[in-house]
Each structure stands twice: as structure tokens, then as C-alpha cells.
Design a protein around this ligand. Structure first.
Ligand code: CMP
Length: 137
């Protein structure tokens, strides 16, 4: 099943110069491709749309502040089962619980600053791709 997913390399990844490292891991998966990519700063409206489901949770405000603290790299990745696959490369949300070998397990310590976002389902991927890459066919 060929799919597309939205990936965000969070501001910590850009600040720590781990963009190449993380993209390298995604790129090396057989048959996966980058369909679109750019470095951008996220405005409040975009963040509210993207993280709407978390509004009201205690981590929401600091999360939005963090995601606006510097540029992110937004990517569309396509290929065989990429939705599940990028999440497997990333590891679980909490980097301390994430296994070494995963992106979060190798590089993260703080739950909020967990390096990467990847859509969690086909439904989320469609919704999030529309927010970040509205022009994509
Ligand atoms: P992600 O799963 O990509 O999307 C929601 C984000 O909220 C998550 O990554 C973390 O960056 C952040 N997050 C989730 N749970 C917590 C938490 N308990 N404390 C701080 N940040 C969190």
C-alpha cells in the first residue's frame, strides 16, 4: 500500500543540526521518497489547526510555544506503509521510553522536545497534509 504522510522535524531537530541525520534515516528506507519539503516557521493559526485535538490539555500551551520557537522542516514522505513506518522509526512519544535505534530513543530526553512529528493514521495524514501542503495533488 503506497501512502503519504506528514512529517515535521521539530525546532529542536533544526537547532541541534540533526535534520540530515533524521532525513537520512527516512530516505534510506527502501522505496520511500520525499515528495515535498521545506524549512518554515509555523504561525499560531497553523499550530492550532494541527494540534487542535490537544487544546485544553496541560501540555498544549508549552507545546505550541515550543513549536513556534524556531523553524521546522515540513516533509511529505511517500511509499510503502509510510504512516506506520515513520512512526516506527520515530519511536514512542516519550524519548526516554523509546528504544535506542529509534530517532527519539537515540537523540531525545524531553517528552515535548521529541524531535519529530509523523501522522498517526490515514485519516490524520489526509487532514495534516491539507494543512501543511494544501497545493499538493
Ligand atoms: P506528538 O505525538 O508529535 O504530538 C503531540 C506532542 O505533544 C507530542 O509529540 C509531544 O511533543 C507533546 N506531548 C505529548 N504529551 C506530552 C506531555 N505529557 N508533556 C509534554 N509534551 C507532551
Amino acid at each position: 500500500t503506497t501512502q503519504r504522510t506528514l512529517v515535521l522535524l521539530k525546532p529542536d531537530t533544526v537547532r541541534r543540526h540533526l535534520v540530515g541525520e533524521v532525513i537520512g534515516r527516512i530516505e534510506r528506507k527502501a522505496g520511500w521518497s520525499i515528495a515535498a519539503m521545506d524549512l518554515r516557521s509555523l504561525d499560531q493559526d497553523t499550530l492550532e489547526q494541527h494540534y487542535g485535538e490537544h487544546k485544553g490539555k496541560p501540555f498544549y500551551e508549552p507545546l505550541v510555544e515550543f513549536m513556534a520557537s524556531g523553524p521546522v522542516v515540513a516533509l511529505v514522505v511517500e511509499g510503502e506503509r509510510v504512516i506506520e513506518g515513520v512512526r516506527a522509526l520515530a519511536g514512542p512519544t516519550d524519548p526516554i521510553a523509546a528504544a535506542p535505534g529509534s530517532i527519539r530513543g537515540d537523540f531525545g530526553t524531553i517528552v515535548r522536545e521529541n524531535l519529530i512529528h509523523a501522522s498517526d493514521s490515514e485519516e490524520s495524514a489526509i487532514r495534516e497534509l491539507k494543512i501543511f501542503f494544501p497545493g499538493l495533488s
